[in-house]
Design a protein around this ligand. Structure first.
Ligand code: SF4
Length: 236
């Protein structure tokens, strides 16, 4: 097993390298793509969550053999690095190993990663996903951390001098996302915005994308519109 890999397709818009630490994720987001990507039963994916076999050992072996250094490595695509209610020591050990070899991490979570802030510095990124507000997350992401608390974590990370980012993908509630950008833009060093794919939505994507982009520009935010949303905005 080689834990560090180069993501392809839409995932490549998030980073050049990534590590997936756990076998599954308990957050149960209804739009989760991971079981499909991994060809795993959805229920098994959400209920069987443990560190992948020898993940830290194999990671250290790969870092040593391939001399991977100076990279920013995304955690994680097919799971969450901070699965709520589970022991996340494996994530801590992965971060330690990556940084020992001169790499940086780009964390993305719907859990609570604050336990590892002491390992991060001004070249690391702590990011959270926000798709909707505290009122709708219980039905959309029933076992994840409240989105409001995720933003508070981001604020704490920023205070610690860690770079912060938000993935607004998939956008489930356009008004909430626009309000978060409008009111909390000063918490984010970077934002990425993407549409909901493969599931129905009554959001007018072109209109939402244009409003979001205008807001980002007005607030001086470093932003990236994911390709599928950009395509909707560019439609004649
Ligand atoms: S946090 Fe990510 S990996 Fe976990 S259930 Fe939600 S979408 Fe899937």
């Amino acid at each position: 097993m080689k834990p560090i890999y180069k993501p392809k397709g839409a995932a490549a818009e998030y980073g050049d390298y990534a590590v997936n630490i756990y076998t599954g994720c308990p957050h149960r987001c209804y739009y989760c793509f991971a079981p499909k990507v991994l060809h795993r039963d959805r229920e098994v994916f959400h209920s069987c969550v443990w560190p992948r076999n020898d993940i830290v050992l194999e990671l250290r072996k790969q870092l040593r053999q391939e001399v991977i250094t100076g990279q920013t490595i995304h955690l994680c695509f097919t799971c969450d690095p901070y699965p709520t209610g589970y022991d996340t020591t494996a994530t801590r050990e992965v971060i330690k190993a990556l940084k020992e070899y001169g790499n940086h991490v780009q964390i993305l979570t719907k859990g609570d990663g604050s336990r590892d802030f002491d390992l991060l510095d001004g070249e690391d990124w702590y990011g959270v996903t926000v798709t909707c507000g505290p009122k709708d997350f219980a039905k959309n992401e029933p076992c994840a951390r409240n989105p409001f608390d995720r933003l508070v974590d981001l604020q704490c990370a920023k205070r610690e001098g860690i770079k912060t980012w938000v993935s607004f993908e998939p956008v489930l509630n356009a008004e909430v996302i626009l309000a978060v950008i409008r009111e909390h833009y000063d918490l984010f060093d970077k934002v990425k915005i993407g549409k909901l794919n493969y599931y129905p939505s009554n959001i007018n994507w072109a209109q939402f994308g244009q409003k979001a982009e205008t807001l980002c520009k007005e607030r001086g935010l470093d932003y990236y519109i994911k390709d599928s949303l950009r395509a909707e905005m560019d439609k004649p």
